[in-house]
Design a protein around this ligand. Sequence first.
Ligand SMILES: Nc1ncnc2c1ncn2[C@@H]1O[C@H](COP(=O)(O)OP(=O)(O)O)[C@@H](O)[C@H]1O
Ligand SMILES: Cc1ncsc1CCOP(=O)(O)O
Ligand SMILES: [Mg+2]
Length: 297
Amino acid sequence: MSDDSRDHCSTNTHQNVLAELREAIAQAVRDVKDKTPLAQSFTNFVTINLVANAQLAAGGTAAMSFLPDDVIETAKIAGANYINVGTLLPFYKDALPSIAQRLNYLGKPWVLDPVAAGIGKTRTAILQSFKAAPPTVIRANASEVIALANMWGLLDADNASRPAGVESVDEVDAAAQPAKLLAQFLAASAPKHKAAVAVSGKIDLVTDGEHTYRLPGGSAMMAKITGAGCSLGGVTATYLAVAEPLIATLAASLLYDRAAEVAEAESKGPGSFQVAFLDALWNVTAEQVAGSDIVVQ
Ligand SMILES: Nc1ncnc2c1ncn2[C@@H]1O[C@H](COP(=O)(O)OP(=O)(O)O)[C@@H](O)[C@H]1O
Ligand SMILES: Cc1ncsc1CCOP(=O)(O)O
Ligand SMILES: [Mg+2]
């Protein structure tokens, strides 16, 4: 076979894989609208309302819970779960590690948003405990992904993370390798060895540990409302209720990018942007989500 025809074959294979991926993404968006799956959240107090509203606008349903036995009973009827460590209370130190263990024991998929990873002894202890009972999907900004990969001992000593609050101080590309290592770690213990990590920012990045997908677009206004990242984690859990981790993660991130573009065009500041964004989550179609630019590596 000549080099040219080999290149042609691999380009065709690549296009077929991407076409299958797009079909699965479109199906996930439709399934959420048709089946209204329940995704349960144990999330922070700042953005809890936007998380629930975004899940509803995407087509799912929401239930927020903090009492450990309530979380486990709700997990039994939910399609997926979401843990976000943005605002911590003292009892979380024991409650969250035990909830994570129980979810994994029951085989329940869950999404982690390690908000402000690297800040404080309690948050660090909680996030470290998840190494032994890992989530199915991690959704975070670049600094949080780097901090978590460091905390779990997946990076070299010279790859130290910089402490950050809830906002990232790193570019998405700086988290590409840490995200891949985290995804491989999650996949090793996940059902069917399927897991994914999403790094949000100007150009979002999604990886299943094997391939990396870059998703351009969205709006810088997303950084001007609180809860854009937290609610993306919640909507990722909504899709995880109907799709495998890579598809769920891509679908949620792409829906967010397309909806943010519509909202930017229709709003005149952060207040009207948030309202327009919820409307756009509702109105963006499965075809628009699945037809988005996806750069594969
Ligand atoms: N500069 C930007 N341009 C386009 N989209 C952005 C930008 N910054 C953030 N976003 C979007 O905002 C959402 C939340 O991402 P991010 O702000 O990184 O999370 P967090 O709020 O957890 O730090 C994602 O959908 C991401 O694509
Ligand atoms: C401001 C703040 N403080 C603790 S949690 C939180 C919300 C963070 O939301 P996001 O990470 O989606 O911007
Ligand atoms: Mg965040």
